[in-house]
Design a protein around this ligand. Sequence first.
Ligand SMILES: NC(=O)c1ccc[n+]([C@@H]2O[C@H](COP(=O)([O-])OP(=O)(O)OC[C@H]3O[C@@H](n4cnc5c(N)ncnc54)[C@H](O)[C@@H]3O)[C@@H](O)[C@H]2O)c1
Length: 324
Amino acid sequence: MTVRIGQAGLGEWGKNLARNFADLADLAWLSDPAAGKAEEFSGRYPQARWADTFEEMLADESLNAVVVATPVPTHYELAKQALEAGKHVFVEKPPAMKGSEIDELVSIAEERDLVLMPGHLLLYHPGVLKLKELVDGGELGDVLMVYGNRQNLGVIRKHENALWSLGVHDLSVILYLLDEDPVEAVALGQSLLKTGVEDVVFCYLRFPSGKIAHMHLSWLDPHKMRKMTVVGTEKMAVFDDMELDRKVTVYEKSPWKPVDTYGEWQTRTGDIHIPKIPTDEPLKLECRAFLSLVDGEGDRRQVARDGARVVRALDMLTTSLDGG
Ligand SMILES: NC(=O)c1ccc[n+]([C@@H]2O[C@H](COP(=O)([O-])OP(=O)(O)OC[C@H]3O[C@@H](n4cnc5c(N)ncnc54)[C@H](O)[C@@H]3O)[C@@H](O)[C@H]2O)c1
């Protein structure tokens, strides 16, 4: 089936989504109130109709799905309106700013059997899928901890802090790899440039199994890092998105308790392995996954529940960051 899609929000990121959905589906409606967008995007996608309001787009009964790529504070309201109008929804990350809001969206989607897919791009990255395969296949042994580094100089945000702007990516990966909800979530951060917007945030998460996770999030850093490290009892693996041809590296490094040391821990090191990772564009894979779910393939409830888990953990971290 060719899915008819309407997209709200054609900013820096939204234009990438529109490019992919125009390739893979019938991009039937576009909408963005900012000056100049109608001229620019109607020229680029002449087959798509321009909606002056979101409601105008939703009123088209032949529209199957809506893509929401607007600023974060608008996500919950727009996604809710679209679901209530009976449309499948792809909503950029994070889909809502409160646990109670995402729970409401998930229950509307489930009641109506609609797809509600949050845009957790990294969950479609072949490097992250390889990490998941290593974790689930037991190659790393038991996972002890996972930590993410997402640092760079810029982009300095005015409204969202580093936790909401950067942390949402790493958090989605950590929860996907561990498949558990944290029992403890602590965040410490500092607003160094603009009051109320933390430029650097350090997070600590503890899970029921005893596994732990950490995230260093900052846009005031000399290093450009997009890295996730998984430490297991047998091996350790690193996903480094700044690398071109060694996105994932597996280290035969681990703690070790030889029988003749009477219970003392030692360490062992062995080979370093670099698995081949496909170079498919994660965004294209993500858009395809959404269209497949709309088309009735796979478990359409799971993506919404995974998204809800991320928002709930963000909510816990925000409470901690705010001193709660
Ligand atoms: N998955 C990723 O890797 C990734 C990367 C960057 C941004 N994002 C997400 O994408 C979203 C958009 O980010 P961006 O960088 O494109 O922001 P942006 O500010 O460049 O663009 C947002 C656009 O939405 C428009 N808009 C606002 N309200 C609207 C409404 N009611 N209807 C239609 N359009 C509306 C604005 O006019 C603007 O053009 C954010 O949620 C962000 O978190 C995701």
